[in-house]
Write a protein that binds this ligand. Structure first.
Ligand SMILES: [Fe+2]
Ligand SMILES: [Fe+2]
Length: 253
């Protein structure tokens, strides 16, 4: 590499150097590139392989990530794909202390899995879709609803607009119109209070000193999450491919 290269050339050279050290080429999904503000063409895997015939694109497991078992369970995803997840564990414990029924404890435990392991924006909608085949309909509904309801106060349960949102989004932030419309639909729904309960037990100020073990919820997961026998990602459900995307996020095709 030398100083006269453009930033893009340097990036290409770096990629080529990295690929020479490794024996695989990582080609990110456009979504991951766009998240970096990058609309440039993807790396030319064909040309890289012609230059170094031992290279391959990633079609199997990603060597940079922990290996997943053949038939992954929800708990495997927590341990191997979702990161520390302390926010979810703290929320679920808070829900237990608040006396919520088991399925709603599960809803609290799962409410942000999309943000933890998949896609942040619209995470409530994504998260609800991820779990839909495996949980009670009310749990799916509540996870989707928390996405929307957290922007709106409900004095009847002491829920205020989170102070942290003022800091994060600015005092003048207003939810998008589709969120506003969903709110109007959701507040009259028979399961409104279930969605609301997720926001009540959502720990907005994460406490780094409270450590909760996932094992605290093994039984609740066992009783309320229909773990597919073939493993998440391989059960031919309408969302199996979404779980597979988390197993192999840089799979070439
Ligand atoms: Fe959330
Ligand atoms: Fe949350």
């Amino acid at each position: 590499m030398n100083a006269s290269m453009s930033a893009a050339q340097r990036a290409d050279a770096m990629e080529a150097e990295m690929a020479a050290e490794l024996d695989y080429i990582v080609v990110k999904s456009r979504l991951h590139m766009m998240a970096e503000g990058d609309l440039s063409p993807p790396p030319n895997a064909g040309a890289m392989i012609r230059a170094n015939p031992k290279l391959r694109v990633l079609m199997g497991d990603d060597p940079r990530l922990p290996a997943m078992p053949e038939k992954p369970t929800l708990i495997d995803f927590f341990k191997l794909r979702f990161g520390p997840s302390m926010h979810l564990l703290q929320s679920a414990r808070h829900a237990v202390k608040g006396g919520l029924p088991e399925k709603m404890v599960l809803a609290c435990l799962l409410h942000d899995i999309a943000g933890a392991g998949f896609i942040r924006g619209d995470h409530g909608y994504w998260g609800a879709q991820l779990v839909e085949p495996y949980v009670d309909e009310e749990v799916t509904w509540a996870i989707r609803a928390h996405q929307v309801l957290r922007f709106y106060a409900d004095e009847s349960v002491g829920y205020e607009y989170p102070q942290s949102y003022v800091t994060l989004f600015g005092a003048d932030y207003r939810p998008d119109p589709y969120v506003e419309e969903d709110y109007k639909r959701m507040r009259d729904h028979k399961w409104y209070m279930s969605g609301r309960m997720i926001t009540v037990h959502d720990i907005y100020s994460f406490d780094p000193n409270v450590h909760v073990e996932l094992e605290e919820f093994t039984d609740i997961i066992g009783r309320n999450f229909r773990q597919p026998e073939q493993g998440l990602g391989f059960d031919n459900s309408p969302v199996a491919h979404m779980w597979r995307a988390m197993i192999r996020p840089a799979k070439y095709l």
